[in-house]
Design a protein around this ligand. Structure first.
Ligand code: BES
Ligand code: MN
Ligand code: ZN
Length: 507
């Protein structure tokens, strides 16, 4: 799909469909919709007056122009009530409209943006609209072989702008949105791929794609190297599988290499059966998405490099399967982590924190300014918060504030849970330093408390994306399945850092 920003008058534009928007509480069509209404003899006013279309959020109507203007159709989408309007709704409305236009089997459409009506800066509006459309039009189709020729995709979207002075800014914003959205789709593709074609080695191939032609350095530690280092927590999890584990490192330096990097760690469990503590078979298929954190980190590095952000950021993805093979690790086993601290395995299904522990310890070698980890870590997070929000826990208030701010902007919302001392008790072991499960109560918190034992004093935030990483139901701009959550959030954190809006990573 291509986005074109071009100068022109919308009422004179030749296209299959012109997309315009309307607020529920405006009595008559305004902005581009108003202009078009005049040119087409009041057809938009008619559907408003007749009550066919009210402008309710995501409501869509299609009008045929029959030659009154060069465009064949007008597609009008509702934005809901003006007072409730925000960028998230705008993203959703344009995604829904794009999907509707695709369902009409059209290959192309046009739109123009009215900053006065939408009352936000032009770059924000342009970015949001394009992002919404690209993300909303995503489908994962490589395995469909029947009737492939019937799969229709939008190929071109034209943004038509009368004011020549706006074009440059719009083009820049469009480019940014396309870059970020591309990284999200890259992440969704990785997460959607089935476990048999997304092994740790396949994930490493994905990282190779990120590194290629971007000035990003790729390092992959294999099992022999990890054994030498002593990454026995990660290797313990990997023992049950015959697929070799990989430790993937992607380095992007947008500043002097001596500036301490931000480190992003992503859980790369390419399939989590639970291991010997095997999961119930219901929905076990969804555990192919247990590498969503790792994939989000890869997407973030891709976008940071493509945007040439002046930041140093290193991605680390511990990647393995968790299977109950004959040599699998077992409940009761004690693992000596890379940090030297020992861990009693209570359940082999709490494997994410084990592989992350070694990754976090490895991250300390970089003397990082901060560490953020993203992981589909606990079912408890879904129980606590559902699938609309990321669970956030961490040791650094200023870093958490930066993430909250980026969450507001991107719609990838976060909600904080505490890391209080009281919970540390729950992961003490009788025989080792820690145990890998604190039981059912407060499962998301005890998982994060466990991770906190491996970050020393580095400002650190843990994002539990178990809920939003994989959706059972469509959302306006996230078709069900892999969401790519975390990429837009992390890219926004990095952009804010780059813009110096938020001076340092902590205090
Ligand atoms: N990958 C799962 C968490 C998960 C569950 C993510 C459902 C997405 C959807 C993780 O490895 C896990 O199994 N966690 C256990 C921990 C428990 C055994 C302490 C859980 O949440 O049940
Ligand atoms: Mn598990
Ligand atoms: Zn898992």
């Amino acid at each position: 799909m291509k986005i074109h920003v071009q100068r022109g008058k919308i009422a004179e534009y030749h296209t299959e469909a012109l997309l315009v928007a309307h607020f529920e509480d405006s009595a008559s069509p305004e902005g581009p919709a108003g202009l078009l209404d005049q040119s087409c003899g009041g057809q938009i006013s008619d559907i408003l007056a007749g009550g066919d279309f009210q402008g309710k959020l995501y409501q869509i109507s299609v009008l045929y122009m029959r030659g009154s203007i060069p465009a064949k159709r007008i597609v009008i989408v509702g934005l809901g009530k003006r007072a409730d309007f925000d960028l998230e709704k705008l993203r959703g409305a344009y995604a829904k409209a794009g999907q509707q236009i695709r369902a009409l089997n059209l290959k192309e459409f046009a739109l123009s943006i009215d900053t006065e009506i939408l009352n936000k800066p032009l770059p924000q509006l342009t970015e949001t609209i394009i992002e919404g459309m690209i993300l909303g039009l995503y489908r994962f189709m490589p395995y469909k072989t029947i009737d492939r020729e019937k799969i229709m995709d939008i190929q071109d979207i034209h943004m038509v702008e009368e004011n020549g002075g706006h074009l440059k800014l719009m083009r820049e914003s469009a480019k940014t949105a396309e870059t970020v959205a591309k990284a999200v789709l890259f992440t969704r593709d990785l997460v959607s791929r089935p476990g048999n074609e997304m092994t740790p080695s396949d994930l490493a191939l994905g990282a190779r794609e990120v590194a290629r032609r971007r000035g990003v350095t790729l390092k992959i530690l294999d099992t022999t190297q990890m054994e030498k280092l002593g990454m026995n927590a990660l290797l313990g999890v990997a023992r049950g599988s015959s697929e070799p584990a990989k430790f993937i490192i992607l380095e992007y330096y947008g500043r002097r290499k001596s500036d301490p990097p931000m480190i992003l760690v992503g859980k790369g469990l390419t399939f989590d059966s639970g291991g010997i503590s095997i999961k119930p078979s219901e929905k076990m298929d969804e555990m192919k998405a247990d590498m969503a954190g790792g994939a989000a980190v890869m997407g973030t590095i891709m976008a940071a490099a493509d945007l040439r952000l002046p930041v140093n950021v290193v991605g680390m993805i511990p990647a393995t399967e968790n299977l109950p093979g004959g040599r699998a690790y077992k409940p009761g086993d004690i693992l000596k982590s890379l940090s030297g601290q020992t861990i009693e395995v209570i359940t082999t299904d709490a494997e994410g924190r084990l592989i992350l522990a070694d990754a976090l310890t490895y991250a300390l070698r970089y003397k990082p300014a901060a560490i953020i980890d993203l992981a589909t870590l606990t079912g408890a997070c879904i129980v606590a918060l559902g699938d609309h929000v990321i669970g956030m826990l961490g040791t650094d208030d200023s870093l958490k504030d930066k993430i909250r701010k980026a969450a507001d902007r991107t719609g990838e919302r976060v909600w904080e849970l505490p890391l209080w001392e009281d919970y540390h008790e729950l992961i003490k072991s009788d025989v080792a330093d820690f145990k890998n499960s604190g039981g059912r109560a407060g499962g998301t918190i005890t998982a994060a408390v466990f991770l906190s034992k491996f970050v020393e004093n580095v400002p650190w935030v843990h994002l539990d994306i178990a809920g939003p990483a994989w959706l059972a139901k469509d959302k306006p701009y996230i078709p069900r399945g892999a969401s790519g959550v975390g990429v837009r959030l992390m890219v926004q954190v990095l952009r804010d850092l780059a813009a110096g809006k938020t001076q340092k990573m902590s205090q």
